[in-house]
Design a protein around this ligand. Structure first.
Ligand SMILES: [Zn+2]
Ligand SMILES: [Zn+2]
Length: 85
């Protein structure tokens, strides 16, 4: 199983990962149970910032029904320290 490259940015509030060059500084707006996330993305290129998604083990693949992992949205990683606003 192949592990994906590190995301380019992560949301400081919910920990959502993003694989886009222009994502840093933009609103996350991840649909959470309590409403859209109000956090924003930061550049997080340090390997220590990320942990391999425990749901798909870094492959980004979902179950047989789903094409991509629902937890990490297919990026294979989850942000290790979502602490900044
Ligand atoms: Zn967020
Ligand atoms: Zn995953």
């Amino acid at each position: 199983m192949e592990i994906k490259a590190l995301p380019t940015g992560g949301c400081g509030k919910c920990g959502r990962a993003a694989q886009s060059d222009n994502i840093v500084g933009t609103r996350c707006a991840n649909p959470l149970p309590e409403g859209p996330c109000t956090g924003s993305y930061r550049a997080t290129l340090a390997p220590a910032d990320w942990i391999v998604c425990s749901c798909c083990n870094g492959s980004g693949s979902g179950s047989k029904q789903a094409q991509r992992c629902a937890r990490c949205e297919g990026c294979g990683w989850s942000y290790a320290r979502p602490q900044f606003p």
